[in-house]
Design a protein around this ligand. Structure first.
Ligand code: ADP
Ligand code: MG
Length: 354
């Protein structure tokens, strides 16, 4: 079996900036993936890319320059604590000719711009909510597009993990809009994307594989339990990360979603389109909402989603009948096949025809 070099972000040297719980979660995800690969027969080496210790980048470069038929399992979500540099890690692998799992730099970079992503999707016929970009609060008066219908949601253009998204993100008036644009542009030092708010059920689809073999796992629904009355039902930062907040852990992923097969098929078809258009590779997750008008719209494409055992992607793989070790191994097989290293993968035995 091919030697797998598992390269991941290690934030443990970051001092106060990362909580001990986050560091522990990061470490346990890496161990779970390493264990999965070993149990499927891969020789594995685990290589950390530390947040402040720049010498670890040299080690990574040395590892990817090494000869031999290895493949990199890319778990990096950035470098030196900056998610904006996520694409550069993939670019580095590409520059040195190392084969690696997951999406390439263009896809990773494009998805970090929610506006450009929507432009590309829309141009190719994928439905997404109307929006405009505001780089300065003064534009609320001058450039506010009256074609957009309140309520609107205001998000930082380049963030992820619901950073900058809270109950105040959904605005109903021009005054609220201006205040939120001030908050986003000042706090995050980047433009705000102002998008029509889709008040409806939220789904995501995990897509797996490449080309004609890309497949959608069963849809997952994010259910909003016991949200404080009057608060918009969104996966806000507090719901995901702030213990003690009234929103914390009140978003419940349910997979497979309790929906008719026809809706599941529609979500899958849109997700597969978005995946292909964005040039995603091996695995990615597409977030969507179903509006009151019955239309599905894509919120964003995540070409580097969380694949730890307790995350949504693994849950969706399980719902598709793929246990965790198999799912992780299949990522490697999908990447190898893409690079033309293997002709076919025998699903009956889990073995390879080389
Ligand atoms: N246009 C929208 N309408 C309704 N809810 C939205 C919209 N955009 C974002 N949200 C809510 O905010 C959450 C995070 O937004 P998203 O664009 O996926 O950013 P992130 O990259 O931070 O996950 C979504 O999961 C959803 O609950
Ligand atoms: Mg999202």
């Amino acid at each position: 079996m091919t030697h797998v070099k598992l390269i991941y972000n290690d934030d443990s040297d970051e001092g106060q900036a990362t909580s001990p719980q986050d560091i522990a979660a990061q470490a346990s995800a890496v161990v779970a993936i390493e264990d999965a690969l070993r149990s499927e027969g891969f020789p594995v080496s685990v290589i950390p890319l530390k947040t402040t210790d720049r010498a670890t980048l040299d080690i990574v470069v040395r590892e990817i320059k090494a000869g031999g038929g290895f493949i990199v399992f890319n778990l990096c979500e950035g470098v030196f604590g900056k998610s904006s540099l996520e694409m550069h890690v993939a670019a580095l692998f590409e520059l040195y000719g190392a084969r690696f799992t997951g999406s390439g730099p263009l896809t990773l970079g494009l998805s970090l711009d929610k506006g450009l992503t929507k432009d590309v999707l829309r141009a190719r016929g994928v439905p997404t909510a109307d929006y405009c970009i505001m780089t300065d609060p003064s534009e609320v008066a001058e450039r506010f597009n009256p074609g957009l219908k309140f309520p609107l949601i205001v998000k930082p253009l380049h963030e992820d993990a619901s950073i900058g998204i809270g109950p105040g993100s959904v605005v109903k008036t021009v005054t609220e809009l201006r205040e939120r644009v001030v908050f986003v542009t000042r706090e995050f030092n980047q433009p705000a994307i102002v998008e029509e708010y889709i008040d409806g059920r939220e789904f995501n689809i995990a897509v797996f594989g490449n080309g004609a073999e890309a497949r959608a796992f069963p849809a997952s629904e994010i259910e909003f339990d016991d949200f404080p009355p009057g608060s918009p039902k969104i996966c806000c930062y507090e719901a995901k990360w702030v213990e003690g907040s009234p929103f914390y852990k009140k978003t419940k992923p349910v997979c497979p979603a309790n929906i008719p097969a026809e809706l599941n098929d529609k979500l899958s078809a849109i997700a597969l389109d978005a995946y292909a258009i964005m040039g995603c590779r091996d695995y990615a997750r597409v977030d969507m909402r179903l509006g009151a008008d019955g239309k599905i719209r894509v919120l964003e494409v995540n070409p580097n989603p969380d694949i730890s055992p307790d995350a949504g992607f693994a849950r969706a793989a399980k719902a598709a009948g793929m246990g965790y070790p198999k799912f992780i191994a299949e990522i490697v097989f999908a990447a190898q096949k893409r690079y033309g290293q293997i002709q076919a993968h025998n699903p009956a035995t889990g073995g390879l025809h080389v």
